[in-house]
Design a protein around this ligand. Sequence first.
Ligand code: IMP
Length: 183
Amino acid sequence: MIDFIPASKMEILFSKEQIAERVQAVGRQISADYAGQSIVLVGVLKGAAIFLSDLARAIEVDNTFDFVAVSSYGKGTRTSGAVKLIKDLDLPIEGKNVLIVEDILDTGLTLGYLRKMMLQQKPKSLKIVACLDKPARRIDPIEADYVCFSIPNHFVIGYGMDYAEKYRNVADIRLMPPEQGGH
Ligand code: IMP
């Protein structure tokens, strides 16, 4: 059992101001790419909830939300490799412009699975937006179409991202020290 380490003791990787700036820029890029069209933003719970809420407000084109949930890292920082759908889409996406919104693209297993699952429903287009990209850890060769920040292989918390379900509410993105379970 690890004692609770206050996030204020962890090093800031990206401050809330830096995050806001990048989210606005990515929102502008998406608005330009989809000008005159509608998009369905599909957030991957729970990590992407905060990113999606900021990104949606930075996008000017017509958009709606949906959410899916998949099995994740559970209580630790390591993935089991297996991805299971826990919550499906509420609405059909056939013929729609879909943008999957994810907190981190890491091994790519989650997005690889979700992409395949959603393509079966024949959307008009399907793109991926990730707040963070960790290219060094990729197993499934998935690339995001929009990324706020690309980072080395560090375990991070905050801005929706957790360690054992904690720290999602932290406003900055911070580095989890290795001795506390990060890597
Ligand atoms: P992937 O399937 O390995 O790409 O894993 C993606 C998911 O793993 C993300 O949506 C996160 O929930 C989780 N994850 C990966 N790296 C981190 C991290 O550094 N901090 C918190 N969660 C992470």
